[in-house]
Write a protein that binds this ligand. Structure first.
Ligand code: ADP
Length: 537
């Protein structure tokens, strides 16, 4: 067989040749919709590569982005990685200190940003000495008259100076292609460096029927941001499969998303539970229905059963629960039923669908106890979740102390899970969030899911607080829905009969809002600080 290396540029070359007239539609931060084809996108990605080379960008250099999902960001994915440099997508929702840390750690040489982030970039620039040039992702008409940013240029002028007459280099497939930092839910942000090979293998795996199941008849709307683990691979798997791609820009509110779903005839989408909750409320309020959307992925955080049920049963969408992390590219598992499950009663099917699911090819997983010994796949025993495979990180970018892997080469996810005999994995907690009561583990996720099933509760988090006898006991911190009343006693009574009595939280505290990370996950480190020294009555 030919030793053809797997390269990211090969994806856009393929789409430009075989799906030349398939569209990419984006909502722009400057306003309005932009529409062009894979052929045009390929030409502009090559113009970008030429411009980058002229700016001195070469193999392995990091080029940062602070940008929404747009066609220009898509071009950066291909232009930067295609020439052999590293496309470093940065999450603009992080704190300024975290952004400065990440840009300096990555040593980004150029930084491309959307107009929305100009005020943020002006704050960052004095602290980011490695950035030689800041490029505004827009045309010259939007360039500010005066700016303190070194060498500020607009993107369109950079491209306009190039011919697009460029051949992508034939890179070794293990060349680094892109970089994402984890959102720092539990620690300092850590960089995960992907390669052309890992990205291509992940794109094939993500396209499979039991995963995203996308083909040339699909229209994909990437709700998940391109700064959140490469939008879960969508910017790569869309050209691989010849899917029409819809990019929502900064407008992630339910009304704007719904408008795009309908006007662009979207068939597939992927996003985190928080976004889908907002969309669900909007759909219910206006008694709305989707005309073309038929399947969606929910992941990035545990999907509350009520959300899955509502999209599945009320709106008739095939919604799949997926698990992954920055270190897994990110897709690890998807909860898709096997043939033998189709005859099961609805409740039994739902019990499987709400789990995090089965591995996709390219990922292997195990659960182990505290001594590192494998635990049975009986759906009951839970332990540390380990994964391995060609698109799983072996270490962190620029890390001085190796140690992400076990002695036998598995990556420690930091999640705690069960695996059932059919291979369905179920996350019970992050290892740092597990509540240890009298030597036994209590799953905070199970308790949170139960709490939000109460009609008066909008959001809930459960943390362990010190207890003299049991060492730790669960404390439920909850947000009431506006206009709803429920007392602590009533909420606790709601748990009766639904879980083991010793799992029932010892106390409830009501708050007006819960702390979240930049990717919308509960920030339990903050919550533990807020409730440090909490005394159970
Ligand atoms: P960070 O590790 O900084 O939060 P990631 O985006 O990589 O950034 O988060 C990965 C983590 O998110 C996983 O280890 C897991 O704890 C959580 N997660 C992702 N998807 C799910 C899911 N479907 N159910 C439960 N937890 C999930």
């Amino acid at each position: 067989m030919m030793p053809t290396p797997l390269r990211i540029a090969g994806l856009i070359e393929h789409a430009a040749k075989w799906h030349a007239d398939t569209e990419i539609v984006s909502r722009l931060p400057e306003g309005g919709l932009h529409r062009y084809t894979y052929a045009a996108a390929h030409h502009r990605a090559k113009q970008l590569a030429q411009a980058l080379i002229k700016l001195g960008i070469t193999d392995g250099d990091r080029v940062g982005t602070l940008a929404w999902n747009t066609h220009r960001h898509f071009e950066l994915y291909y232009g930067v990685s295609g020439l052999g440099a590293v496309c470093h997508t940065i999450n603009p929702r992080l704190f300024v200190e975290q952004l400065i840390y990440i840009i300096n750690h990555a040593q980004d040489r150029l930084l491309f940003f959307d107009l929305t982030f100009l005020p943020l970039v002006e704050k960052l620039a004095p602290h980011c000495p490695t950035v030689e040039k800041w490029v505004l992702l827009t045309g010259p008409e939007h360039l500010p008259a005066a700016s303190a940013l070194p060498g500020l240029t607009d993107y369109e002028s950079l491209l306009a100076a190039e011919t697009g007459d460029y051949e992508w280099p034939v890179l070794d497939e293990n060349t680094a292609s892109s970089l994402c930092y984890t959102s720092g839910t539990t620690d300092e942000p850590k960089g995960v460096l992907y390669s052309h090979r890992s990205t291509l293998l992940h794109s094939y795996a993500a396209s499979l029927p039991d995963c995203f199941n996308c083909g040339a008849r699909d229209v994909i709307l990437a709700v998940v941001p391109m700064f959140h683990v490469n939008a879960w691979g969508i910017p790569y798997l869309a050209p691989l499969n010849g899917c029409k791609l819809v990019l929502p820009g900064p407008a992630l509110d339910a009304a704007s998303l719904y408008e795009l779903f309908e006007s662009e005839k979207v068939t597939f989408s992927a996003g985190v539970p928080t976004i889908w909750f907002g969309l669900l409320t909007f759909m219910r309020e206006g008694k709305r229905r989707f005309s073309t959307l038929r399947k969606m992925i929910v992941g990035g955080a545990s999907c509350p059963p009520a959300l899955l049920r509502a999209f599945d049963e009320e709106l008739g969408i095939e919604i799949r629960h997926a698990w992954g992390m920055s270190e897994t590219s990110p897709l690890g598992t998807v909860s898709t039923l096997k043939g033998k499950h189709l005859e099961l009663p609805e409740d039994a099917k739902f019990f499987l669908k709400i789990k995090q699911g089965r591995v996709i090819f390219g990922v292997d997983m195990e659960i182990v106890d505290e001594a590192g010994q494998p635990l049975p796949h009986d759906g009951v025993a839970f332990g540390d979740l380990l994964v391995r495979g060609p698109f799983i990180a072996s270490d962190y970018f620029g890390s001085v102390q190796p140690g992400a892997l076990t002695a036998s080469g598995w990556f420690k996810t930091g999640d705690v899970a069960t695996i059932d005999p059919d291979g369905f994995m179920n996350i019970t907690d992050r290892s740092k969030d597990v509540i240890k009561s009298g030597g036994e583990w209590i799953s905070s996720i199970d308790l949170e899911n139960l709490a939000i099933a109460h009609p008066a509760i909008a959001e809930a988090a459960v943390i362990g607080v010190p207890h003299p006898k049991w060492s730790e006991r669960p404390l439920l911190v909850a947000v009431r829905k506006p206009g709803f009343e429920v007392s602590a006693e009533e909420l606790l009574a709601f748990f009766d009969g639904k879980i083991a009595t010793w799992w029932r939280p010892d106390a409830v505290e009501f708050v007006t809002q819960l702390p979240h990370t930049a990717t919308g996950k509960l920030l339990k480190t903050q919550l533990r600080k807020d409730f440090a020294g909490y005394e159970l009555g």
